[in-house]
Write a protein that binds this ligand. Structure first.
Ligand code: DX5
Ligand code: ZN
Length: 219
């Protein structure tokens, strides 16, 4: 069964409560919290996403899927562990060496959250292999991180497929999350490639009926 993690990056300010309740009713599996620090990526959503995550924590029991697009991973783990997220994902490219990757993995585990590692489109999938035994989810960016509403990069599909094959041959229990440009036109290809958690922001938030889209993405 495929799960859907709705990115609230482009959630309309002023109608947060209505959007959150509607997404809950539409049975999103997670809220995807896109944390950007204005350094690792150009946009800075840090404080807004922290406020949203705290708010969702207060009004919903659905799990938070926190995607850290930040340079200072340690600080962001500390800041966002306060909302007890289900998953905290950081970028491999934000770490200077293996030791730092393992430090972040352990920090997230100490917060009782599942560990995700994300790689940007230009990062080879093999770079993540050595960490797979220690993590719960691999997040494959299907767009350049930094903003919503972009077009899915088709050559990321073979990257997902390669990762899925590797995980299968290694008998690992790891979720593959795809993130960026996922909509009614692209979701089938992404699932066929092997992703089992789909992040969608624009495709869902722009719809008049969230449930129609979320049901379609889950098929
Ligand atoms: C991009 C974010 C994605 C993005 C998804 O940096 O990580 O989660 O918000 O939005 P859509 O679905 O609009 O591509
Ligand atoms: Zn994201």
């Amino acid at each position: 069964m495929v799960e859907v993690s709705t990115s609230i990056l482009s959630m309309e300010q002023g109608s947060e409560a209505e959007t959150i309740f509607s997404l809950e009713k539409a049975k999103t599996d997670y809220f995807h919290i896109d944390v950007m620090d204005g350094n690792f990526v150009q946009k800075d959503t840090y404080n807004r996403m922290r406020k949203y995550a705290e708010y969702i924590k207060r009004i919903s029991n659905l799990p938070l899927d926190v995607h850290l697009m930040v340079q200072d991973v340690e600080k962001a783990i500390q800041d966002f562990s306060a909302v007890e997220p289900n998953i905290i994902t950081f970028h491999l490219e934000a770490c200077k060496n293996e030791e730092e990757v393992h430090k972040n993995i352990n920090l997230i585990k100490e917060c009782n959250a599942k560990v995700g590692i994300s790689i940007k489109p230009d990062t080879k999938v093999e770079e993540i292999y050595k960490y797979l035994p220690y993590i719960h989810m691999a997040l494959i960016m299907t767009v350049e991180p930094g903003k919503g509403g972009q077009v899915l990069l088709e050559d990321m599909l073979s990257k997902i497929k390669t990762l899925k094959e590797y995980i299968t041959t290694q008998n690992l229990e790891i979720d593959i999350e795809a993130d960026g440009g996922i909509n009614l036109a692209t979701h089938d290809k992404v699932k066929m490639a092997g992703a089992n958690i789909l992040v969608a922001g624009t495709a869902i938030l722009q719809a008049t009926d969230y449930k129609v889209i979320i049901d379609e993405l889950k098929k």
